[in-house]
Design a protein around this ligand. Structure first.
Ligand code: ZN
Length: 347
């Protein structure tokens, strides 16, 4: 089926988002992009400053007479050409047209890329604005969670710093060794059999898995992480900048940045708490005993190691190529409490 050309140079300014929304409903119902109010099918000649009014869509062409594909204003305005395309506004022509997916990019070049970038930022900032109030309604719950885990964060960070200050040798050596095996501790066991050359045959043996060993990582700073999240929440409690100009990209980028930070807070709080729950297991008596078993197996990096807990104090005496380590580390009482239930994430 061929269609007659329709030329409607009626748009002095870019149509608002409700125009694009109405177009999508119309196409979903009818399958005819070219019959929506105000849509031209004439070929736009002046492409400069083009603006997109919708995402790329796939038209359900089975709704159309004969199942024909859709004409593309840019390359084939009167006969079937495409299924996928989007609505675009051409300011120098004052028209709105449906343009096919691949040829829009081909014909428009840089103008297409500029329009795409602007459209992306508009869509993303609109999405942030739309959910900002919902996010703010969740803030008190997130703030309370942060306050509840703060003593643990402070205690763990203090213990981390104390261990690194007193026995950097131990922390660095243990972390270096464990990061390659994700905490798995292996030893070689003499099984009492000798090879042809008379050397004992050693067998690989797993002693166990060290828990919470990421506590040793040099940049483990739970309190600092928590304070950063609290600052984000403080900012999230304030209003977004008002977007008065739909092409003000600087403000859009600010809105998008703030959205990304604020919407991710609940997940970051959960992740931080998970990390702290794991770190607390590092100080368990059994975990410390595993380090001593590692040393006794002869397969550890240390030439000397004592690592045990009595009541609330951990005693460490170590020696390796890096030097000697000595630390009496108090396990602070804040670590005794139960962690709070996980937050529902806001994604
Ligand atoms: Zn085309």
């Amino acid at each position: 089926m061929t269609v007659s050309i329709r030329h409607l140079p009626i748009f002095d300014t870019v149509p608002g988002s409700e125009y694009g929304a109405g177009f999508l409903l119309h196409v979903e119902k009818t399958g005819y992009p070219e019959t929506y109010d105000g849509v031209s099918t004439s070929k736009p000649e002046l492409l400069e400053g083009v603006r997109f009014l919708t995402d790329e869509i796939k038209v359900v062409t089975s709704l159309r007479l004969g199942g024909d594909w859709v004409p593309c204003a840019l390359c084939r305005p009167t006969s079937p050409k495409c299924q996928k395309g989007r609505l675009a506004y051409f300011p120098l022509e004052k028209t709105v047209c449906f343009v096919g997916r691949n040829c829009a990019q081909k014909h428009m070049g840089d103008a297409y890329n500029d329009a795409q970038q602007l459209w992306d930022r508009q869509s993303r900032s609109r999405a942030v604005i739309k959910r900002w109030a919902d996010m703010q309604a969740r803030l008190p719950e997130w703030e309370a969670f942060a306050l509840r885990i703060k003593p643990v964060a402070r205690s763990l960070q203090w213990m981390h710093e104390k261990l690194h200050d007193d026995a950097p040798e131990f922390a660095l050596t243990a972390y270096d060794a464990l990061k390659w095996t994700s905490g798995l501790i292996r030893a070689w066991e003499d099984i009492g059999v000798k090879d042809d050359a008379g050397k004992p045959i050693l067998q690989h043996m797993e002693l166990g898995k060290a828990e919470g060993w990421r506590f040793l990582r040099h940049d483990f700073r739970p309190l600092k992480t928590l304070q950063r999240l609290q600052a984000t929440m403080k900012e999230a409690a304030t209003a977004l900048p008002v977007l008065t100009d739909s092409e003000d990209q600087e403000t859009m980028m600010e809105i998008i940045r703030r959205g990304r930070a604020a919407f991710g807070v609940a997940k970051s709080l959960n992740d931080l708490d998970d990390e702290m729950v794991a770190a607390r297991r590092f100080f368990a008596t059994g975990n410390l005993r595993l380090f001593e078993a590692w040393f006794k197996s002869g397969g550890s990096p240390w030439s000397k190691l004592e690592f045990y807990r009595k009541a609330n104090v951990i005693y460490l005496r170590s020696e390796s190529e890096r030097g000697a380590g000595y630390c009496n580390l108090t396990v602070l009482k804040d670590l005794d409490g139960e962690p709070p239930p996980r937050l529902e994430e806001f994604a």
